[in-house]
Design a protein around this ligand. Structure first.
Ligand code: ATP
Ligand code: MG
Length: 755
């Protein structure tokens, strides 16, 4: 026993140990980045199992992303062994709530084979309702409506709970009613519904709640600052009065308020449970001294903080590198050149991460990595199971087993093309609605009635026959073999084979990858090891393997590339909780990071800064910050000023590598195409210097006119600068006036007073 105790507590400091062994029923670990919060959570779980003798299935542990959940599982297993781990629930809110819904589908008012739908499916559904209600799609946005419905659900609101204060919310409320009616009828569950439905299940069904209370005596939540209202309610309901609850979080890392998350939940937790023990961790074990100091300095610019101290015993380490690219191509080349250099010095690619504000920024980085033949892996952009080819194959599989699944039907009926046009499809949709039947049934009916043009009719007939014949062909096979056959027989494999270049090739690889993922899943979860344990002798918990695979594909974030040593690319948001030796944050420009839409709003600006704090604190050994003077994004050329965050960092800790200062690109082996480009770049060097000089000059001419600066205009009154453009006497500012809206003004003419 002593050994277990010792080994669990050995690599923890005193505060961490206190958190791991606490006997308090409610505990909050409030601490900054890299202070070992997640480590505490993992050790606490091991402690509960090994020392306190709680069974594994008493643990309900929530993390924020699938990647974090997988890592946490691995770490727990390493500590306690696989045998002790069996039956433990570790996952994301969505993953775990979904498990409960699968087990208690009946009690939650759902068909046992309920289907998860994604954002695209939601959009299609709302568009269908628009058509039924004859709502003009040009005037009303289906996407906005989907977002509205999700927000309501995240706040725990059903249509009748919504306060209607304008015509728009009145409209969205009506659609929400229709939308939910369809979902309930057909058995669709969207992502926000997973949580809300689970919460309602626990609230309304005492037996289920009792079961959960008896079972989950230990609830642990990582990254609590990013829970939303309904997730918080779910935790409270699940915990009741008896469970032990440990929440772990950092208000400085709250970066999801745009998705309804609320860092105030940390405070609300303490209010709800006044005897909460609060444990603060102040020693950072992740980053070098310089990195930590830069992070600490940056975050002090936020006013709205609980405030905390973070120190490290680590050495100061290297300075923070800064690079100002002439344009975004130059910036990408610099970053990838640095990574190449590191690799030559013996650093693994997987220890290098490039972080960016928007998904769209990854394309150029990917291109540059491809040109340099460096393997990379992207997290959090289009997830593997959301890729077109993967969705298509899965839709065939689904339609095969459920002909009446309209979503699947829509996706595959004319892909590959069978000459079925929109007019015909609209006819089918209309009749299906009128007769309240599925698209599949309606199609068969229409073919029988010969009510559509011959060419279209034969295309549809071929389609129906195809699905039926595949079904006959594969019915008795395990579903991963079904998938393999479907991909071939349906024609999607051929279709992508004809798609030229790397893209087609990678789609085929993804299809192969899907089949092997299905096979793996099948082997793990068929007979011997059902995905769900049955509950108290009731057998409603055992799941159909196919159905659980399809659910798994909607919830898990499997990544497409498999290379083990590859550069890690991801948005700053998806980097949360992770750490890398070498971190590159790119695109530090006003308007990009911080994002343009956040600049006029103090709260949103603070969230951008927290995002920068999250990014910086991912780095262990070295951090590089970069930006470019000219950037082409979304097809537009932009000229942005350096991000204000750069100015907020202690200058002494920054090392400027701009304009080839310390970098010798010519030492990097490149292919012919690149060599040409680089010599072009060298010719441009003089031009680049001129550009830099003029950039600096125009900045000094317009000194004081910086983003976020308050100004006073004689007629329009007070406002805040939200955008700058042009040079010299043409320099313009865009100002958000308090009372007069947003206006562009030329500085020279506007006679503004700086406030
Ligand atoms: P974040 O806020 O970014 O999620 P965190 O507080 O969860 O960070 P961890 O990821 O748990 O921090 O820990 C950061 C790093 O420090 C990890 O590599 C972890 O293994 C290491 N670490 C934590 N505590 C200790 C300790 N007492 N001794 C040595 N290393 C530690
Ligand atoms: Mg963590």
């Amino acid at each position: 026993m002593k050994n277990i105790k010792q080994s669990l507590l050995m690599h923890l400091n005193q505060e961490q140990q206190n958190a791991v062994i606490t006997d308090s029923q409610y505990t909050l670990v409030l601490a900054g980045a890299g202070s070992g919060k997640t480590r505490v959570l993992v050790h606490r779980i091991a402690w509960l199992c090994l020392e306190k003798r709680y069974p594994a299935n008493s643990i309900f542990a929530v993390t924020f992303t699938n990647k974090a959940a997988a890592e946490m599982q691995e770490r727990i297993q390493d500590l306690i062994g696989e045998a002790h781990f069996n039956g433990m629930w570790v996952g994301t809110f969505h993953g775990l709530a979904h498990r409960l819904l699968r087990i208690f589908a009946k009690q939650a008012g759902l068909p046992t084979n309920f289907q998860l739908i994604d954002n695209d499916d939601q959009n299609r559904l709302v568009k269908r309702i628009f058509k039924e209600r004859k709502i003009d799609e040009k005037q009303w946005s289906s996407k906005e409506c989907v977002a509205f419905i999700s927000t309501q659900k995240e706040n725990g609101l059903r249509p009748h709970d919504i306060a209607i204060d304008d015509p728009k919310s009145a409209m969205w409320q009506k659609i929400y009613v229709d939308y939910q009616a369809i979902c309930d009828r057909v058995g669709y569950v969207d992502f926000s519904e997973i949580i809300l439905r689970t919460y309602e299940l626990l609230k309304n069904n005492h037996e289920v709640l009792d079961y959960c209370h008896r079972r989950f005596s230990n609830i642990l939540v990582d990254e609590f600052q990013d829970t939303n209202h309904i997730q918080f309610q779910l935790v409270k309901t699940l915990a009741g009065n008896t469970s032990n609850v440990m929440i772990v979080g950092d208000d400085d890392q709250s970066i999801y308020s745009w998705r309804g998350a609320n860092a105030d939940n940390l405070q609300l937790f303490i209010n709800d449970y006044p005897d909460t023990e609060i444990i603060r961790l102040e020693q950072n074990y992740r980053s070098s001294g310089n990195i930590l100091e830069v992070a600490n300095q940056l975050i002090t610019h936020n006013k709205n903080r609980l405030g905390k101290n973070l120190w490290t015993e680590s050495e100061q380490g290297e300075q923070i590198s800064v690079y100002v690219g002439f344009n975004d191509i130059d910036e990408a080349r610099f970053v990838i050149g640095q990574i190449k250099k590191l690799h030559e010095e013996g650093v693994n690619y997987k220890d290098c991460a490039i972080l960016y504000r928007n998904n769209a920024q990854s394309r150029l980085l990917e291109d540059t990595l491809l040109q340099s033949a460096i393997a990379y892996q992207i997290y959090g952009s289009i997830r593997f199971y959301e890729r077109q080819e993967v969705k298509l194959a899965l839709a065939y599989l689904r339609l095969l087993h459920d002909h009446n699944n309209d979503n699947a039907f829509e996706l595959v009926v004319n892909t590959p093309s069978r000459g079925v046009g929109d007019v015909t499809l609209n006819k089918i949709r209309l009749m299906a609605r009128q007769q309240n039947q599925s698209l599949w049934q309606t199609t068969i009916q229409l073919i029988g009635m010969k009510a559509i043009a011959a060419r279209q009719c034969s295309g549809l007939a071929r389609f129906i026959e195809l699905i039926q014949s595949i079904y006959d062909d594969v019915e008795s096979l395990p579903f991963y073999q079904q998938l393999e056959r479907i991909v071939k027989i349906s024609g999607i494999y051929d279709m992508y084979e004809q798609e030229a270049g790397i893209k087609g090739q990678s789609r085929l690889e993804n299809l192969d990858e899907l089949i092997s993922a299905a096979q793996q899943f099948y082997q793990q979860h068929s007979k011997a090891n059902p995905i769900m344990e049955s509950i108290d002798g009731e057998n409603n918990g055992t799941l159909d393997v196919l159905e659980s695979f399809l659910a798994y594909t909607s919830l898990e974030g499997k990544e497409s590339k498999k290379e083990s040593d590859s550069v890690q690319l991801m948005t700053l948001h998806s980097a949360k909780g992770l750490e890398f030796d070498h971190v590159f944050i790119v695109g530090l420009e006003e308007g990009l990071f911080p994002a343009q839409r956040s600049i006029p709003d103090v709260q949103k600006m603070e969230e951008e800064r927290r995002l920068a704090y999250v990014g910086i604190t991912r780095a262990r050994k070295h951090l590089t910050l970069s930006l470019s003077e000219i950037r082409r994004l979304y097809g537009k050329e932009e000229r942005n000023l350096p991000s204000r965050f750069l100015a907020e960092l202690p200058e002494a800790l920054l090392h400027d590598l701009s304009y080839r200062g310390g970098i010798n690109f010519s030492t990097t082996p490149m292919d012919e195409e690149n060599q040409e480009d680089i010599s072009g770049n060298q010719k441009n060097d003089e031009f680049i210097h001129q550009r830099k000089a003029s950039f600096i000059k125009s900045q000094s001419e317009n000194q004081g006119y910086v983003l976020g600066r308050k100004v006073l205009h004689k007629r329009f009154g007070e406002g805040t600068i939200i955008h700058l453009d042009g040079e010299g006497e043409h320099r313009r500012v865009q100002i958000a006036f308090v009372n007069e809206g947003i206006k562009w003004l030329v500085i020279k003419l506007a006679n503004l007073t700086l406030m």
